[in-house]
Design a binder for this molecule. Structure first.
Ligand SMILES: Nc1nc2c(c(=O)[nH]1)N[C@H]1C(S)=C(S)[C@@H](COP(=O)(O)OP(=O)(O)OC[C@H]3O[C@@H](n4cnc5c(=O)[nH]c(N)nc54)[C@H](O)[C@@H]3O)O[C@H]1N2
Ligand SMILES: Nc1nc2c(c(=O)[nH]1)N[C@H]1C(S)=C(S)[C@@H](COP(=O)(O)OP(=O)(O)OC[C@H]3O[C@@H](n4cnc5c(=O)[nH]c(N)nc54)[C@H](O)[C@@H]3O)O[C@H]1N2
Ligand code: SF4
Ligand SMILES: [Mo]
Length: 738
């Protein structure tokens, strides 16, 4: 039997690999292969991508139809106390969309648009349409996304310091010193092999800075394992070494940076010994790493959530690392830090309508948490989760009445889950709607549940601005039941509330419009698909990147030379951060909760918990129900160092309880030297779902979910990052009441 072959893209994780899907006449996926012609992924595929076959073919547990809680009547009794208890009944998409449109209109009129929260998790190729629907609702920006902990707390210091509004993911393939700083390439490994090759050829040194001795640490020339939340101290010591030894380019510093002398003064006392004591690492390792950074350029750094995202000192950690990058100077060069021309087309007003839809006479929208976290208010374009959940519960400072989650599982996503649960089940919330693939823990307590199509079942597209690539993706198989992709959902929703701005007939039209509007391609779907990928410039060359744009006047809006910062230079001394109450120079601050800053608390809770460590096969809380993925990690586990295990009477493989001042969870103990002594490592998924095929239970939101342990206050002052990776816990044998 001839199989249909479709070239498309896996979006299970952010790597977005090109894949070939082979399907049969019964609409079943027979096999999935990496696409060797994809310029970005070059044929790479992983087990998670391949398990799309199970996700599509095996419909056990998959949401197939829109469903409404039987005893929830938007026109009558809502019975909020029954959330999570009563059954669901199938309804039509028409009815579901009418309910959403009516509820939003009613709530907006009675309480203002801010009373509607639209929640979105990480990027799932539909975020820009989500922003557009928010504009149609009268909201601005994102409503609620986890940017307080996801990359933004280190993107922002980059933006302030370097003018680079991106995560500054370094060009590791071409770096001669590749620094992997609190980033775990887990599934997204396409570049790792090239680093190994370059190391073997003697042209590249690899430095890994991670609390865990992670998979890449084994390959490192220097592996540093700092105490969680102390990375600023390391960065200051690296700068100390670089200045002491003159390992910087004085001409670059003179021409393109601001505040070098003040910075030099600041780092004068930051000797490797001082940082080594704070970070609990070896001073000689700091010296060696600094020597490589100073002498093996270009230096490319990949910086993940580790150092500057999930700590109460997140912004300052990110700042110190940004200054280090500025001092090294490998910006906008091959092997260094790419500087994209725009943050992303994704957030262009033409799609998001962020600015154009705004009524100039409208009073400023209220930002939950904006007063507490002014930097977040200015740059988050989102509400602060803690303030939103408190507002739901108390109605203060103003009410929140609806939570609509699209590709988001708030019970597994946000800190202090007991608070989140209290909010999501609160009688004050009139309407909870979840659009997902499965009955996630949040879907279980919703009033309306909507089924979603996964990547093999939808049209899509992707753009790689750094590499100048553009891909559109065909649907390989029909979505099961009545699953809609998120694009279609936003389109149908938009048509009901703001038809002037949602004129397309279907998703393909939306994709083609975007291609035409942004890149000038006026093609039919088939014409577009006839080429494997296109350049973002019609007729342009794929992969062509202009280097050192700051020397060519390409980075500043007025065309002048330099970086897009107020001074036009890399700002070691940063007045604009000082305006938000920060030290104008980078500095180290101890995390708010730690054995050093809160020794009394540490008497009861002596260990630091690092939650959310990415592991292969799971993406956030998803896929613990999928046999191919669950097989790799059947049981929830926490990592603990052998010395701590001995100290607290724990043996490998036994059930343990991890407890903080706000909650407790269970897992099996994985006793390993991988994790730093004094730290408990909690992987991301939470093992929420049952896997029937393997006979393995699900642990819901309240048993093995690391977020139960994380307090929501104190948080990072300006931006509100919560201590998902620096809270104090204790660990003891047994499952207790769980
Ligand atoms: N303690 C702790 N908490 C964390 C983190 C951590 O490291 N530690 N990481 C944080 C970070 S960086 C992020 S980005 C957030 C992410 O948090 P979320 O994005 O909310 O991640 P999930 O909890 O997996 O929720 C996503 C849900 O969307 C569903 N889904 C997946 N793809 C699609 C799709 O295309 N359409 C629809 N409709 N549904 C889809 C999945 O089945 C899943 O139930 O979590 C944050 N929370
Ligand atoms: N498999 C898989 N891949 C994913 C995801 C997923 O859920 N699963 N989520 C995606 C999302 S939304 C995001 S934002 C990215 C996040 O991607 P990453 O940031 O790469 O991933 P993490 O594993 O969260 O954190 C990276 C490393 O930080 C280390 N770390 C923790 N605390 C510290 C610290 O204080 N200092 C230092 N130096 N290191 C520390 C951890 O040990 C971990 O190895 O991953 C994306 N990719
Ligand atoms: S899940 Fe695997 S195949 Fe899919 S995008 Fe990520 S790395 Fe690529
Ligand atoms: Mo994230």
């Amino acid at each position: 039997m001839a199989l249909k072959k479709t070239r498309t893209m896996c979006t299970t994780c952010h790597a977005r690999c090109g894949v070939l899907v082979y399907s049969d006449e019964d609409n079943r996926i027979v096999k999935i292969e990496g696409d060797p012609d994809n310029v970005k992924s070059k044929g790479v595929i992983c087990g998670s991508g391949m398990s799309e076959r199970e996700i599509h073919n095996n419909l056990e547990g998959r949401l197939l139809y829109p469903m409404k809680r039987v005893d929830w009547d938007p026109k009558g009794e809502r019975n909020p106390e029954n959330r999570g208890k009563s059954a669901f009944e199938r309804i039509s998409w028409d009815e579901a969309m009418d309910i959403i449109a009516d509820e939003c209109l009613r709530i907006k009129e009675a309480y203002g648009p801010e009373a509607i929260i639209t929640g979105q998790g990480t990027g799932r190729v539909a975020n820009h349409w989500h922003c557009r629907i928010n504009s149609s609702l009268g909201l601005e920006g994102w409503s609620l996304v986890p940017t307080h902990v996801c990359l933004m707390p280190h993107i922002l210091p980059n933006a302030f310091t370097l003018g680079v509004f991106s995560s500054a993911a370094g060009d590791m393939r071409n770096a001669h010193c590749a620094v992997l700083w609190g980033q775990n390439p887990a599934m997204e490994t396409a570049w790792c092999k090239e680093v190994f090759k370059n190391q073997a050829a003697g042209i590249t040194k690899l430095i890994v800075i991670d609390v865990r001795f992670q998979d890449m640490s084994k390959h490192a020339d220097v592996a540093l394992q700092p105490r969680p939340g102390t990375d600023a101290a390391l960065a200051l010591a690296f700068m100390h070494e670089i200045i002491e030894h003159g390992w910087y380019d004085p001409e670059f510093i003179e021409n393109w940076t601001y505040g070098f002398d003040e910075l030099a003064e600041r780092v004068k006392d930051w000797t490797p010994e001082r940082a080594a004591e704070i970070c609990q690492v070896d001073a000689d390792d700091i010296r060696l790493a600094a020597e490589y950074m100073g002498n093996w350029g270009p230096v490319g750094m990949c910086i993940g959530l580790g150092p500057g995202c999930m700590h109460t000192n997140a912004i300052q950690n990110g700042r110190a690392i940004a200054c280090l990058q500025g001092m090294l100077g490998y910006l906008d060069v091959k092997g260094g830090i790419p500087v994209p021309l725009s943050f992303s087309v994704m957030l262009d007003d033409k799609i998001t309508l962020w600015d154009s839809q705004k009524d100039p006479g409208r009073p400023e929208l209220f930002t939950f948490g904006g007063e507490e976290h002014p930097l977040y208010k200015s740059f988050g374009r989102s509400n602060d989760p803690h303030a939103v959940f408190n507002a739901i519960i108390t109605g203060e400072p103003r009410p929140v009445k609806a939570y609509i989650a699209i590709a988001n599982d708030p019970l597994l996503c946000y800190e202090n889950t007991n608070l989140t649960y209290q909010a999501m089940t609160s009688p004050n919330l009139d309407f909870v709607c979840v659009k997902d693939f499965y009955m996630s823990p949040t879907a279980k307590i919703a009033d309306l549940v909507l089924p979603s199509a996964d990547w093999s079942e939808r049209y899509s597209y992707d753009e790689e601005l750094d590499g100048n690539f553009l891909f559109t993706f065909d649907k390989a198989v029909d979505a099961p039941g009545e699953c809609w992709c998120d694009w279609q959902f936003f389109l149908e929703w938009g048509k009901r509330i703001d038809p002037d701005n949602w004129w397309w007939n279907d998703v393909q039209e939306m994709v083609l419009w975007r291609m035409k509007e942004f890149y000038g391609f006026d093609l039919t779907w088939d014409e577009f698909q006839s080429e494997k990928y296109r350049s973002t410039e019609p007729g342009g060359k794929q992969g062509e990147v202009v280097e050192k744009k700051y020397e060519k006047g390409l980075l500043r809006p007025d065309g002048s030379l330099g970086f897009p910062t107020p001074s036009g230079r890399i700002e070691f001394w940063c007045e604009s951060l000082a305006a938000f109450g920060y030290d104008p120079l980078p500095d180290f601050e101890e995390p708010a909760e730690s054995p050093v800053s809160t020794p009394e608390l540490a008497e009861e809770y002596p260990l630091v918990v690092v939650t959310g460590i990415r592991i292969y096969s799971f993406f956030h809380s998803a896929w613990t129900n999928t046999p191919a993925q669950r097989k790799m990690y059947p049981d929830p586990f926490v990592m603990i160092h052998p010395n701590d295990a001995r100290r607290y009477g724990i043996t490998d493989g036994e059930w343990v309880t991890v407890e903080s001042r706000v909650g407790h969870m269970i897992s099996k103990a994985y006793v390993t030297r991988e994790i730093k002594e004094g730290v408990v490592g909690v992987p991301r998924p939470g093992w929420r779902d049952e896997c029937k095929e393997l006979g393995l239970p699900g642990y819901g939101w309240d048993k093995a979910n690391g977020n139960v342990l994380i307090p929501s206050t104190p948080a990072e002052p300006g931006y509100g990052a919560t201590p998902m990776r620096s809270s104090l816990v204790k660990i003891y044998p047994g499952r207790g009441d769980l």
